[in-house]
Design a protein around this ligand. Structure first.
Ligand SMILES: Cc1cc2nc3c(=O)[nH]c(=O)nc-3n(C[C@H](O)[C@H](O)[C@H](O)COP(=O)(O)OP(=O)(O)OC[C@H]3O[C@@H](n4cnc5c(N)ncnc54)[C@H](O)[C@@H]3O)c2cc1C
Length: 159
């Protein structure tokens, strides 16, 4: 994912340094691919960021070098606020960007009365995608309730 992010940011600037100390072992092909578009790949750990809040000006490396920068992009982690669901033991999907609720196209989870939509189930979802997922999940929940009403009525327990 960090390699992907570096490639995305290369679209915005032709002056990009990828400080990759925390990116795991990079293959020669990966490094060559970044360098093919002028990206500087530096494996030295960053130990300090200098400048003012909102106006960084350099990063200091473990070997003492200071590299001037205009901006820094970090590879953040997606952590859904779903701690309130933990006790339900719902199935999860392990993805390259974290662990998220496993749902089908209608938002159905592994529990037959729980549906999920948006970033809690899909870290890549944006606002319109989350809204669409919510529409499907709402329709599925309503359909389940309607079905239950008729099932109960046919069984003589409800009208
Ligand atoms: C930095 C950043 C930039 C983004 N830019 C864009 C963009 O430009 N365009 C775009 O389309 N999308 C963008 N997104 C993505 C977008 O924000 C999400 O896709 C969208 O907000 C997901 O909606 P959601 O309803 O799933 O989650 P959220 O919008 O996060 O809503 C979840 C809500 O649940 C609340 N909540 C959490 N726990 C509890 C609890 N226990 N009890 C009650 N309430 C609770 C939270 O406070 C929150 O209000 C961006 C996301 C980030 C992080």
């Amino acid at each position: 994912m960090q390699l992907h992010q570096a490639q995305l940011i290369r679209q915005w600037s032709d002056r990009l340094t990828f400080f990759c100390a925390d990116a795991g072992e990079l293959s020669a092909e990966s490094i060559q691919r970044l360098e093919s578009r002028g990206v500087v790949v530096d494996p030295t750990p960053v130990v300090e960021v200098t400048g003012e809040p909102g106006a960084v000006n350099a990063v200091v490396l473990e070997d003492g070098r200071s590299v001037a920068v205009d901006a820094i992009f970090t590879a953040g982690a997606h952590i859904p606020r779903d701690h309130y669901l933990r006790g339900l033991d719902l199935d999860r999907e392990e993805t390259p960007v974290g662990s998220f609720l496993k749902v089908d196209a209608m938002g159905t989870t592994s529990h037959d009365r729980i549906w999920a939509a948006g970033n809690v189930a899909n870290p890549m979802a944006t606002v319109p995608m989350s809204m669409a997922m919510g529409s499907f999940a709402g329709a599925a929940a309503n359909s389940a309730l309607v079905t239950e009403e008729f099932d109960l009525a046919e069984a003589g327990q409800n009208k």
